[in-house]
Write a protein that binds this ligand. Structure first.
Ligand code: NAP
Length: 267
């Protein structure tokens, strides 16, 4: 079964309006940027603390990745946009450039070695170094229980969500500047592995350990952090957001309704 929660129990619906948490704030904080929600909402002037920095963000043509790129760009960073489809890359780069952000786009399916290599090499050719690497790509090919999940789905989860993150870091490592920052995008599902998305949660939990391991290896030159967003209404999460009867297990287990937005990042 693909991306459908329709046969899951319907006991804990999402309550979209009760408590809005913007997880992008936490993410931005982890890479040295902080901003208050009210200041962002009011359209306050964005400080250009990342002027001269170069940020590579995987899977950044929409959703959380695009939100991160936009915010980093507004802070003055040159941003390198990537995702699988050239058209999406071109459109995202145009949108960012129209906002005065220095952006280039390199198509990159994170599971393809030559494309990872080209993403990093093209960045270095253009800018000479990498200061921020955000590993954001993920896949959730199946909502089957772990006991019956196909080997192909297990392989894809591991390939995209974990292994590709390691390999992109390996590719980038020789070019990371002193004081640079790596951020992995995990999920609240890393902490609450329930129903339908349990195996996806396993891969997101692996990112927590990967972060600790890499942080130990790369300190003090490079900081390594991990951000675990709550529910954010993106294409990826559409199957959760379109049907109010669908269970949002991580939210109900935390006993709050966590619904992130991209508002701060997109302000
Ligand atoms: P999204 O809005 O659906 O965007 C996905 C992006 O990834 C697109 O730009 C897509 O463009 C690209 N992409 C997909 N597969 C790729 C691949 N194999 N290689 C490179 N690029 C790829 O997704 P999102 O919700 O922002 O999710 C981003 C991250 O946040 C993921 O790691 C996800 O696990 C995490 N997250 C999301 C939520 C949530 O509620 N949305 C919650 C917690 C964590 P192309 O189609 O052009 O490749």
């Amino acid at each position: 079964m693909k991306n459908s929660f329709s046969d899951q129990p319907r006991t804990h619906p999402i309550h979209p309006s009760s408590f809005v948490v913007d997880r992008s704030i936490a993410l931005l904080s982890s890479i040295g940027v902080s901003i208050s929600m009210s200041a962002a909402a009011a359209g306050a002037v964005v400080p250009r603390r990342l002027q001269g920095k170069v940020a590579v963000i995987t899977a950044s043509t929409q959703g959380i990745g695009y939100g991160i790129a936009l915010r980093l760009g507004k802070e003055g960073a040159s941003v390198v946009i990537s995702s699988r489809k050239q058209k999406n890359v071109d459109e995202a780069v145009e949108k960012l450039k129209a906002l005065g952000i220095d952006a280039i786009g390199i198509p990159c399916h994170v599971s393809i070695a030559e494309q990872r290599k080209r993403l990093i090499q093209s960045t270095v050719d253009k800018y000479g170094q990498i200061d921020i690497l955000v590993s954001n790509a993920a896949s959730n090919p199946s909502v089957d229980p772990i006991t019956v999940m196909s080997e192909a789905a297990l392989d894809k989860l591991w390939e995209v969500n974990v292994k590709a993150g390691v390999l992109i870091v390996q590719e980038a490592a020789p070019h990371l500047s002193e004081g640079s920052s790596i951020v992995f995008i995990s999920s609240v599902g890393a902490y609450n592995l329930q129903g339908g998305i349990a195996m996806y949660g396993v891969t997101k939990t692996a990112l927590l350990a990967l972060t600790k391991g890499l942080a130990a290896e790369l300190a003090p030159k490079v900081r390594v952090n991990c951000v675990a967003p709550g529910f954010v209404p993106t294409h990826f999460a559409r199957f959760l957001s379109e049907d109010e009867s669908i269970v949002c297990y991580p939210c109900c287990l935390l006993n709050v309704s966590l619904k992130g937005t991209l508002e701060v990042a997109l302000t």
